[in-house]
Ligand binder design. Sequence first.
Ligand code: 6R9
Length: 652
Amino acid sequence: MSESQETLSNLLQETRRFPPPAELAESANVTADAYERAAADRLGFWAEQADRLAWAKRWDEVLDWSNPPFAKWFVGGELNVAYNCVDRHVENGNGDRVAYHWEGEPGDTRTLTYADLQREVAKAANALLELGVRKGDRVAVYMPMIPELPIAMLACARIGATHSVVFGGFSADALRTRIQDAEAKLVITADGGYRRGKPSALKPTVDEAVKDTPSVEKVLVVRRTGEPVAETGRDVWWHDVVDRQDDKHTAEPHDSEHPLYILYTSGTTGKPKGILHTTGGYLTQVAYTHHAVFDLKPETDVYWCSADIGWVTGHSYIVYGPLANGATSVMYEGTPDTPHRGRWWELIQKYKVSIFYTAPTAIRTFMKWGDDIPAQYDLSSLRVIGSVGEPINPEAYVWYREHIGADRCPVVDTWWQTETGAIMISPLPGVTAGKPGAAMRPLPGIAADVVDDQARPVPNGGGGFLTLQEPWPSMLRTIWGDDERYVKTYWSRFEGLYFAGDGAKKDEDGDIWLLGRVDDVMLVSGHNISTTEVESALVSHPKVAEAAVVGATDPVTGQAIVAFVIPRGSAGEDVEGEEFLKELRNHVAHTLGPIAKPRQIMIVPELPKTRSGKIMRRLLRDVAENRSIGDVTTLADSTVMNLISEKLPSAK
Ligand code: 6R9
C-alpha cells in the first residue's frame, strides 16, 4: 500500500479563530489547568468527577481494566441514578427549581419542578413494581417527546430495571427486533404524539410489534393525543395505573456496574447492536461533560437540547446529564417548522434559553430557509451553542455563530457516539479558541489520537483513523448478549485501542478535525479524500445550503467524486444551469485543489438522511453508480430517494 493510501489527505485550510469571550473565560466552570491535572492523574481526575454524585457506598477501585476490553468503573460503589437526578436536588432545597419547561407541538405546556418530578417518578416506579417489573428486567420505551418519557426512564433506573428506548419514528419491525433482543417484559408507549401539526399514532405500531414478542407481559399506554386505540388484553393505561400510586418511593442503591440502559444503533449492515451502558461511570461522565462543555450554571442557565430522547444525545443531554446537574431544561415535542419556520427561535426567546445544543443537519436546514427567520426573534439570552451528530462544515459553524450566537457565543462542536455514552472531543467554551469545523481536543481525562494503518499516531498535519487510547467512564460495556461482537467491532482493528470508525486529521497545532465515517472515504487517483472536506468546500459557496459527496467507481481514477447539492433558498433561478455547476466545480478545485474537483454535480431538492439526521451516502452511491437503490428502511423520509431519482433519470 502506498503512503497516500494509508493516511487521509488533508485538503481544507481554515484560518478563522474565535477565542472565548472574556467574561465567559473569567467565570468558566472549567479552566485550562484541567487538562494538565487530568493528564497527570487520569483516574484521580475521574474519581474527583465521580464526587459530583451522591454515592450510597463509596467505590473500592476507580477502574478495573484487568480483563480488557471489559471495563469496570468505580468498582464496589453503589448509587441510585434517579436519586442523583431528582431527589437529592429536592433534599438540597431546590425542589422549586424547574427541571423541564415542556412545550407540546400544538402549544400546550407543562412545567415540572424537581419536586414535581420526584413525585411523578416515585409514582411511576411504584406502578412498574405493581406491574411485576423487577430489578434486572428490561423495559422497552417507545414514546413521543412528552414528560412521561424521562419519567419512565427515571422510574426504570430507580428500581434497577434496564430501559431500552426505541425512537418513536421506528417501524414495527425495528421495534420488534429490539424488544426480542432485549427480551423486554414491559413496553411503555403512548397513543401517539404530535408531529407536523397532526397526531401521529404510536400504539398501532406497538400492537403490530408485540404480536411476536413472548417476553412482553404488559403494555403501559400514556394518553397524549386522545385518538382511539385498539385495546388488547395486556394493555394498561398510564392514568389508571400510575396516577393512583403513592408519590413516595425509597430508592435503593444499585451497583456501579448495574445495567442502566440498552440503546440500539443500526450500523450500516447486520442486526442492530444493543449498546449497553451502566450506572456509576456513565452518570459521572455525562454530568461532568455537561458541566464542562456547556459551562452550565444550574441556578441561572436555561438549557435546551433539540434532539429526540430516542437517540443517545437525548439520553445523555436531555435526561441524565442535565438532571444530574440540577439544570433547568426546555423540552419540545414537535418539528422545527410547525406551525412556522421560526418555532425554535420563538422557544429560545420565550424561555430565555442560554445554552442551546443541536445538530449540523438542523443548522444547514435553517441556512436553507434563510437568515431573515432567526433575525425576527430575540436570541440575546444565548451564551453557549453546541453541535453534535456529524462534522459541522466551517460555513455552517460560522452561520450558526453569527445568526444564532450573535457572533459572541462560543460554538462547541462535540464529537462522541452512542458507544462512548458522553462527549469525548470538544472545545471548552471558556478555554478554547474555536476553529470552525474542528472538534479540537479530547476533553480532560480522555485519551484520543489519530493513527495510521499501523496504529502509529500521525504527525501534526496528517490524517488517519480516530482511536480512543484509554478506557473512559461512560464507555459501552459490551453489546447486549454478544461480547464477541463487542470485541470484534471496536477493539480488533488496532491492538489495544478503541476504533471509532471515523476518519480524522490533526492540524498543525495538533487539534482534531473529524472527517466522516471511514467507510465513506473516497480513493481518487491514489489519494484518500474525505467526503466531509469536499462537502464543506461546496457549502462554503454562498449559493449552497447542503451537500453530500460520494465516490463512484471510475475507470480512470479508481473512484470519482460525485456531489449532490441543495441550493440555498436565496440562490435564485440560475442554479439549474451548466454555468452554475461549472462554477461549483471550480470553487471546489480552488478551495481544496484540483484532485478534489467533482466529476459530476447534481442539484437535488433533498438528501437522504437517517432519522437522527445523518446523511446516508450509501444510497447516493447507488445512484451515482447507477445501481438499484439498497435498503431504505432507516431513512427518515422514504420518498426522498424517489424525488432524487425522478430528478436524475440517468445518473451517468
Ligand atoms: C452522538 C451521536 C456517532 C457518529 C460518530 C461520527 C458522527 C457525531 C460528531 C460526529 C463529527 C461531530 N459524529 N458527532 N462527527 N463531528 N461533532 O451522534 O451518536 O448517533 O452513535 O453517531 O456520528 O461519525 O461516529 P451516534
